[in-house]
Design a protein around this ligand. Structure first.
Ligand SMILES: [Zn+2]
Length: 95
């Protein structure tokens, strides 16, 4: 799975995938909210991205609690996440 941090108004950067169960993710660089270096962000309000290929959430900085961008997790879906979730939730599939 790829995890991308996209700061407000900036280009997305791939960040190391946090271990399972980790409450936040480490982002290189400087916090756009308060200037702290090597800051961490936590995802809020997780939803399926508009392109149906990833989950997106608002990225809230752990240091200053500012919303500093978007976290995007790309699990590598074949059918699209809407379809994958429907399959996982047991909807019968017609071929
Ligand atoms: Zn901060």
């Amino acid at each position: 799975m790829r995890v991308i941090f996209k700061p407000e108004g900036g280009a997305g950067i791939e960040i190391p995938t946090p271990p399972d169960g980790s409450p936040d993710a480490s982002v290189p660089g400087v916090c756009p909210g308060c200037g702290a270096g090597g800051f961490r962000v936590r995802g809020e309000n997780c939803r399926i991205a508009a392109d149906d290929r990833a989950y997106e959430s608002n990225a809230r900085a752990a240091c200053c609690a500012a919303i500093v961008g978007v976290l995007r997790a790309e699990p590598g879906t074949i059918f699209g996440l809407t379809e994958d979730e429907a399959v996982l939730n047991g909807r019968p599939r017609v071929y």
